[in-house]
Unconditional design. Structure first.
Length: 716
């Protein structure tokens, strides 16, 4: 049994972790433990004493929620730390006091209406009900336990069972309280073309928050955080992760309080949020995926990789190797050029041509036409269906770029429905890439978007869509909503509804997520789009660091990465073709360059890469992924894939900068079968596995900057 309940104590067990909480005699749900798998009850850690200026809900001065570890802290209980729930009642009073009411243990994993969530066969659900009798609020805490995956998910449903309306002002989905410990917080910060840069800092007294108020999970901070023992490394130490299954605004908060206790929390962004609940209505907090590792960050990542790949993504087919036209042609093409590129790409061995932006009416730059999803037949020289057919007849699949949630002021759609854009009345709208955001909280808008995409798909054998999203939301105003405080959340539900309908109607169409690259690289999108264009930055060195950060929470199978031309269009840097390929070997692999401009030598090299990738794809997308160095701290970046049965390993390394008389770099491997031998397929040399995981493999001295090294090993 993964979930048990005994004398008020709830125990959630996974293979390597235990989570415990207790409904105490005051009716409060206290958090007891989340750590290594253990037997018995861990409540001995609770200490009760009179603490000055810490409120007491009863005359017992030794009982204060300001001090005790809690499962779901609310504002107004005398706990002055970060609350997970803030509610304003009909009289404007803030404050919720929740008391334990009951629980249910269910077989299988709960799902959340309208929201993406982990799906699993081998799982159990615990639902604990809490209530505030004064305002008539029922709070259901949901816990999903995937024992074999070492995963515990959390979500919360708030229901107004009272007779008057209330407004939810803040909603977190998960909270973890630690009574002691010296922790670092790891977050992934960035910007457009430089997403998910690894950042680790020790917590000091006060609050540290990351989040997004952009209506998208954002390039700036990823909705994924790790709390780690100060001395935790890749291979040792305790760490806890929280990953939000949501693509809109979020808030992750870490607080070190007056008694050096730590609280970690993840939930919806608080800003621009005030969700009214009429009697009988409810609101679900998006899911948080948690995991615990006592074997360092590598194991924590493995837990997430398996969960995202098998329990979040729903399409596990291998992705096609693509040639994408964006960096190859931008807007400068016609139908004939596309076919020439396709023919040339076919000769390189790729599977699919992806026609990026610029294929629809008036879209010859990025200032107009979004919303008018009618193919520009004059530019293409044929219908979209004919183009798809012609590409198919070259032996290539066809994929297409769309940006369905947007509307340009200069578009027929805007001229017909200016009110469909999220703008504030009588105010000049804030533009982003000269475009506005469609109000996805409105049914008629969703119908239009669904109809437009279905209409495109009906025109030919389109097997892939790149679903883009190229600005943040600024104005939060919906002309039809009864409350502006719910628009951000309802927007996201609207988007998910359209994606779900498309998933049901066109299960065979692969949708790649994109938001100006990795601006919505989150588990919410991965539920609908099993791969995401990781960044608009295709420079090998920058991408290497972006992939490093991304790998902490997301499997390589979800990362879309393309080899592009040099000098690189984002950084102006020139890197060897081999290095670009080495870094781009990921789940959504492809090329984003003009094959017509390649030299014969480059064509031969690329054709070889494509063949090689086909051989390596399984180990890359299904193997275990190991980070072998931290490129932010070391002079090289190395990473490794090991097949599930340990029989093969693929090791990649890049030395970004060459220096005079450099020290040798030794790449120390991991995850091999102990006590065995591995043959380097390239050289035929045989190495003892334990020595490879101890002494490592020396890299040759680089002959220039950005040199890449690859070893393919097989167990003998
Ligand atoms: C975004 C995407 C790019 C490309 C352009 C097209 O920036 O991230 O890959 O598709 O839009 O306009």
């Amino acid at each position: 049994m993964a979930i048990t309940h005994d004398k008020g104590i709830f125990t959630l067990n996974t293979k390597n972790s235990t989570y415990q909480m207790q409904a105490d005699s005051f009716g409060c749900l206290l958090h007891l433990y989340y750590g290594r798998r253990t037997e018995g009850v861990t409540s001995w850690g609770l200490k009760f004493m009179d603490r000055g200026f810490s409120g007491n809900p009863t005359p017992d001065r030794t009982y204060s929620l300001d001090v005790l570890p809690q499962e779901f802290p609310t504002q107004g209980t005398g706990d002055y730390r970060t609350p997970g729930l803030i509610v304003r009642d009909s009289e404007g009073i803030y404050g919720v006091v929740l008391h334990y009411k009951g629980f249910e243990i269910l077989e299988g994993k709960y799902s959340l209406k309208g929201l993406p969530a982990v799906h699993a066969e081998d799982a159990q659900t615990l639902a604990i009900t809490l209530e505030d009798k004064r305002i008539g609020l029922t709070v259901k805490l949901l816990y999903g336990v995937l024992p074999e995956k070492d995963i515990i998910t959390r979500s919360v449903i708030v229901r107004n069972d009272g007779s008057k309306p209330v407004t939810v002002m803040k909603l977190a989905s998960s909270c973890l309280d630690f009574t002691h410990g010296k922790f670092d917080l790891i977050t992934f910060q960035g910007r457009h073309t430089m997403e998910r840069q690894f950042q680790r800092q020790s917590l000091s007294h006060g609050q540290f928050t990351v989040g997004s108020r952009r209506g998208m999970s954002s390039h700036q901070f990823n909705p994924f955080v790790i709390l780690a023992d100060h001395d935790a490394t890749e291979t040792a130490g305790r760490c806890w992760g929280m990953q939000f299954v949501y693509s809109g605004g979020f808030l992750a908060e870490a607080e070190l309080d007056q008694y050096s206790q730590t609280r970690l929390m993840m939930g919806l962004a608080q800003e621009k949020f005030a969700y009214p609940l009429k009697p009988g209505e409810e609101l679900a907090g998006p899911e948080v995926i948690m995991t615990f590792s006592s074997e360092g960050l590598g194991k924590l990542s493995h837990n997430y990789h398996a969960c995202i790949r098998e329990n979040v993504c729903r399409d596990t087919r291998p992705s096609p190797i693509v040639l994408n036209t964006w960096e190859a042609l931008y807007f400068n093409f016609d139908g004939r050029k596309i076919l020439e590129v396709a023919q040339s790409a076919k000769g390189l061995g790729v599977d699919m041509l992806v026609l990026d932006d610029g294929w629809f009416m008036n879209r010859n730059d990025d200032n107009r036409a979004l919303g008018d999803w009618t193919a520009d037949e004059a530019k293409l020289g044929c219908t979209l269906g004919e183009l798809v057919r012609d590409v198919n007849s070259l032996g290539l699949k066809f994929g297409l770029w769309v940006e369905p949630e947007m509307i340009s002021e200069d578009s027929d759609l805007f001229r017909a429905h200016p009110d469909w854009a999220m703008t504030v009345p009588h105010e000049r709208p804030v533009l982003g890439r000269n475009q506005l955001v469609l109000d996805m909280s409105r049914r008629e808008v969703r119908e239009y978007v669904y109809g437009a995409i279905a209409g495109i798909l009906s025109q030919g054998n389109i097997e892939y869509l790149k679903w883009d999203y190229n600005r943040s939301i600024a104005a939060v105003y919906s002309r039809t909503s009864d409350s502006q405080g719910k628009v951000m959340y309802d927007y996201m539900l609207g988007l998910y509804e359209v994606l779900e309908r498309l998933h049901e109607k066109y299960p065979e169409v692969l949708i790649e997520g994109c938001a100006g690259g990795g601006g919505r690289f989150d588990a919410g999108m991965l539920y609908y789009t099993p791969q995401i264009w990781c960044s608009d930055n295709t420079d090998a060195l920058d991408r290497m660091n972006i992939h490093y950060g991304t790998s902490f929470g997301y499997p390589v199978s979800t990362i879309a990465a393309h080899v592009s031309t040099c000098p690189n269009h984002q950084t102006g840097r020139t890197t060897p073709l081999k290095t670009r390929y080495t870094v781009s070997m990921a789940g959504g692999f492809g090329y984003e360059l003009n094959p017509l401009t390649l030299t014969e030598e480059e064509r031969r090299e690329i054709a070889g890469q494509v063949l090689q990738y086909r051989t390596d794809r399984e180990i890359i997308t299904e193997g275990m992924y190991y980070r072998l160095s931290n490129p932010f701290e070391e002079s090289y970046c190395a990473w490794e894939y090991v097949s599930r049965n340990g029989s093969k390993a693929l090791v990649n390394a890049v030395i970004p900068y060459n220096h005079g008389n450099m020290p040798l770099v030794y790449v120390v491997l991991r995850g091999l079968s102990g006590g065995t031998f591995y043959r380097d397929i390239g050289t035929g040399k045989i190495y003892p596995s334990d020595a490879l995981m101890d002494a490592g493999l020396p890299l040759e001295m680089p002959k220039g900057d950005c040199e890449a090294f690859t070893f393919r090993l097989e167990r003998v």
